[in-house]
Design a binder for this molecule. Structure first.
Ligand code: 5AD
Ligand code: SF4
Length: 525
């Protein structure tokens, strides 16, 4: 149904209120009029363990179970034939990759993908909880989907991802948006086929959020977004508990995949012609700490660099766990690329202490020195939070001087956003919004200036670009990234897409480079 048809349908419904009733699933009406306690008590047949932040913090290192025997229940294997799904993804690369898994599950069930909400039979919102504005976007989208659900009662709408792990969010959906059909957590993705079945056949809201994590399901199907760059999880969860961060609660404890499973996945991608992999984890430098044998990110990278794939990246690093062995391995170069994203969060040791980052300004700078010594060509990017509770002007100035001293090529900068259940949320959010905004503006001006200067160094240089496709703004122009993660736009035949080519840089902008193709193919696998 297009926009016009939807408007007309709504008009007809408004003029004929009885039609509205008959159109709607009666269950939906019941749900709409209920209070959330009543809903939980009467309507949830599935396992309901409310997300419990206190409990998450007390978790121990129980054994991680690894499963290799996942399969889609027989009765769900063809349930999606002739139907379509749409997944909206918010937030980080971890979420993007989870979406690839959910797309894989739905595709195996016979569903096809669509990007038109009117055509979809299943809509999933894969949500992000990192800051309040991320959550507000999702609630806005939930509101937009309501008229569609009212028109199409058989449409299944699910909310999953990090927001589902938060008790307050689940309660808000129950109270304000009871037309949602399914809520499931980040540890329940592999349960999607069974949850969908329940939602379809029981016609009651399905809620499954496990506070318990620990299982790794190895053989889940995936439909990857492209055929050039692929994501590979190396670990799940985070045990750092930085005082501002919701991730250790929404993503659970650190669980590393076995090295052989990761290596096999990277080999498989290489064999399929992928040119680049990004190894993913919330805190990749803690990789291996929970394994039963001595193994770390350094060893893993040393294995992966031997695989015949042109480019390997990893994200996100934590300065505390970034050890000398990793620097040594990365210094070997080859397919290990010269770019490190190393979130610093603040340049003040005192703020870092209250953030529980477990490093100081001095030790961060020392690490930067080691990286620069081992990898003289490496570019560094970072994440910074401004306006953390009690951050003084002087402490903010320390962030400014650190940014200058390191000379980051880029930074993601954020205004502190209190997240319920984190230790920092109990402290007064006492930096006025105007001050936070002013600090952010000054920081961004510096970051932009440094980014531009870093770009200017490339003018006249020849760089290797992995061609990803047409540029977003102009289909006649192709774009891709350099080894050091700089976006380059240039004209070249479409046949270069998916290949690594040499490009001469003709013009530097703040966040991208313009160039011209030097020779058609620099490297082909
Ligand atoms: N407020 C603002 N920024 C945050 N980040 C994480 N939690 C918060 C928060 N509560 C930022 C950090 C992190 C990035 C992914 O998001 O900088 O590195
Ligand atoms: Fe959050 Fe800190 Fe873990 Fe990063 S390391 S995910 S900021 S708790």
């Amino acid at each position: 149904m297009n926009e016009q048809q939807r408007k007309e349908a709504n008009q007809i419904k408004q003029e004929n209120p009885t039609d509205v009733k008959s159109d709607l699933d009666s269950n939906l009406d019941r749900l709409k009029n209920m209070e959330s306690d009543e809903l939980i008590g009467k309507y949830f047949q599935s396992t309901y363990e409310p997300p419990n932040l206190k409990k998450a913090k007390k978790r121990r290192r129980e054994d991680v179970e690894i499963h290799y025997d996942f399969s889609i229940p027989a009765e769900m294997q063809r349930i999606g034939e002739g139907k379509k799904f749409l997944i909206r993804t918010y937030g980080c690369q971890m979420n993007e990759h989870d979406t690839e898994v959910m797309a894989g599950l739905l595709t195996e069930m016979g569903y096809e993908t669509t990007d038109n909400t009117d055509e979809a039979d299943v809509i999933l919102l894969n949500t992000c909880a990192i800051r309040e504005n991320a959550e507000n976007k999702v609630f806005g989208e939930i509101g937009h989907l309501k008229p569609l659900k009212l028109e199409k009662p058989d449409l299944i709408i699910g909310v999953c991802g990090c927001m589902s792990q938060e008790e307050s969010v689940v309660n808000k959906i129950l109270k304000k948006h009871p037309f949602i059909d399914m809520i499931f957590g980040t540890h329940n993705i592999h349960r999607l086929p069974s949850l969908l079945k329940e939602a379809m056949f029981s016609k009651e809201m399905v809620l499954e959020v496990w506070s318990k994590e620990g299982d790794i399901i190895e053989n889940l199907p995936k439909v990857r977004k492209g055929k050039i760059k692929g994501w590979v999880n190396i670990m799940y969860g985070c045990d750092k508990f930085c005082t501002y961060c919701i991730v250790p609660y929404t993503r659970g404890k650190e669980r590393s995949r076995l090295p052989e499973d990761i290596i096999q996945e990277v080999r498989h991608l290489a064999a399929q012609g992928y040119q680049e992999v990004t190894l993913l984890g919330q805190n990749v430098n803690a990789y291996g700490k929970d394994l039963e044998f001595e193994y770390g990110l350094g060893q893993l990278m040393d294995e992966i660099r031997k695989i015949d794939i042109p480019r390997v990246r990893f994200t996100t690093s934590h300065p505390r766990d970034f050890d000398d062995h990793l620097v040594e391995v990365l210094a070997k170069g080859g397919n290990l690329l010269d770019h490190i994203h190393l979130p610093v969060q603040s340049g003040s040791s005192e703020v870092l202490r209250v953030m529980a980052r477990r490093y100081t300004r001095e030790s961060y700078l020392e690490l930067v020195g080691k990286i620069r010594a081992g990898m003289p060509n490496a570019t560094l990017t970072t994440d910074i939070i401004v306006g953390f509770p009690n951050e003084t002007d002087e402490q903010f100035e320390e962030t400014m001087t650190l940014v200058r001293e390191v000379g980051f090529d880029g930074a993601y900068t954020f205004i502190y956003s209190p997240r319920e259940g984190t230790p920092a949320a109990k402290w007064e959010d006492n930096i006025p919004m105007e001050v936070k905004k002013e600090r952010l503006q000054r920081l961004n001006a510096l970051v932009n200036e440094q980014a531009k200067q870093a770009m200017q160094k490339y003018e006249g240089e020849i760089v290797k670009v992995l061609v990803e496709g047409e540029s977003k703004k102009n289909p006649d122009v192709l774009s891709g990234y350099t080894e050091r993660n700089k976006l380059v736009n240039f004209k070249a035949p479409k046949s270069t897409i998916g290949k690594i080519v040499n490009v001469r840089i003709t013009e530097a902008r703040t966040w991208s480079l313009n160039g011209e193709l030097v020779e058609e193919v620099a490297e082909v696998l």
